[in-house]
Design a protein around this ligand. Structure first.
Ligand SMILES: Cc1cc2nc3c(=O)[nH]c(=O)nc-3n(C[C@H](O)[C@H](O)[C@H](O)COP(=O)(O)OP(=O)(O)OC[C@H]3O[C@@H](n4cnc5c(N)ncnc54)[C@H](O)[C@@H]3O)c2cc1C
Length: 344
């Protein structure tokens, strides 16, 4: 397997930030991956995994070995009257997987349509959209330990999934490379329409389009209208997580800001809409130099200066700090960044 030295990552991150990998490898089999991890030539070097770079802030060059898994393949593992078990390699594109499963009449991923990135990254932050998370369909993941290539399977329960979180992102960050996912999907549709806006627009579709495929098309249309395409306006999706606050804190905020947008959680806490907080703090559509918060979706930080190559990861972090400080000053709420900063 080829290991490239001093490789540009500018085309491998959707914020289009300039950064380089000291060494870059793209193994396409488990055997090649394990051989790489056990190769004495790379012993002791830092090891960093990247996927399609849609949730990264590259704050500088990445030392050591950067691994971008290229393990491919989709397979039907088993069929039951109501469900199927499907396996996919880490290097497959997530949205292609969603399209493929729906083409086979297997339902469950349509709400997660058009989320950028590779399948291997999906468990890392438990991707979610429109009331569905990966955790709802994931059966298990296969992974290898980055330090010595030892293989291990994690059941869904063992992944410790939470809102945009997992053991791979939190407790055991930097320890595992996910190689394959197994997903349990439905043969008899059970559509997830908990999001009121999505449900209303779905109900407006002609009856023949009220299918899993029709729901995918609707989700894609909503996302295309709201979210900037990284190919034309570089971004990393939602730049901040929706902050979750206690019931008391929520009640106090509601008193001061009766229009506050929030979703009550089953445990009584409230998930505040970070986009609303950012908009109220005056950042929606506002630009400082080459960086700004998007005019249609205040939660998305956009890089207008990609063509010049002059915007750096440090600029992005400094701009994000200004936004965070405005929200803290106005609401007393601390926004947590969603994209991962590399190098760590
Ligand atoms: C326009 C836009 C819209 C988005 N919308 C959503 C959304 O609706 N919901 C949502 O949840 N996310 C969303 N995102 C974020 C992003 O799509 C997801 O986080 C995606 O899973 C990242 O995949 P990636 O391959 O690009 O990972 P990268 O950005 O390359 O990596 C992200 C993290 O995952 C780790 N990682 C990557 N691959 C592996 C692996 N095989 N094993 C272990 N760790 C790995 C990396 O080390 C890194 O820490 C959006 C992003 C954009 C640009």
């Amino acid at each position: 397997m080829q290991v490239l030295a001093d490789c540009s990552l500018a085309q491998m991150n959707t914020l289009a930030l300039p950064a380089r990998a000291e060494l870059l490898a793209q193994p396409d089999t488990e055997t090649a991956l394990q051989a790489l991890l056990r190769d004495p030539a790379y012993a002791g070097l830092p090891r960093t995994v990247i996927g399609e770079g849609s949730n990264l802030v590259l704050a500088g060059d990445i030392p050591g070995l950067v691994i971008r898994p290229a393990l491919r393949g989709t397979a039907l593992l088993s069929e039951e009257p109501d469900q199927v078990l499907v396996e996919v390699g880490a290097g497959e594109n997530w949205d292609s997987l969603v399209a493929w499963t729906l083409a086979q009449s297997w339902q469950g991923l349509e709400n997660l349509s058009l989320i950028p990135g590779a399948c291997g990254a999906a468990p890392f932050q438990n991707i979610g959209a429109y009331g569905v998370e990966l955790a709802d369909v994931l059966e298990a993941v296969d992974a290898v330990a980055l330090h010595d290539g030892t293989a291990r399977t994690f059941t869904r329960h063992e992944c410790h999934f939470a809102y945009r979180d997992s053991r791979f992102k939190s407790a055991e960050r930097g320890q595992w490379l996910i190689t394959r996912l197994r997903l349990r999907l439905n043969r008899t549709p059970r559509l997830q329409l908990a999001y009121a806006d999505l449900a209303a627009r779905f109900a407006d579709l002609p009856e023949a389009q009220q299918t899993p495929g029709g729901l995918r098309d609707l989700v894609c249309a909503i996302r295309r209208a709201k979210l900037p395409d990284p190919a034309t306006l570089p971004n990393a999706g939602s730049f901040f997580k929706n902050p979750v606050v206690s019931a008391d804190e929520y009640a106090a905020l509601r008193q001061r800001f009766p229009d506050l947008v929030a979703f009550t959680q089953p445990d009584g806490r409230a998930k505040l809409a970070a986009g609303w907080l950012i908009e109220q703090a005056g950042w929606k559509g506002r630009r400082v130099g080459d960086l700004g918060m998007h005019a249609e979706q205040a939660l998305v930080l956009v890089n207008h200066g990609a063509a010049s190559g002059r915007v750096t990861g440090a600029d992005v972090l400094a701009f994000a700090a200004q936004v965070r400080e405005s929200v803290r000053a106005r609401f007393g709420v601390i926004l947590e960044q969603e994209p991962v900063i590399l190098p760590e």
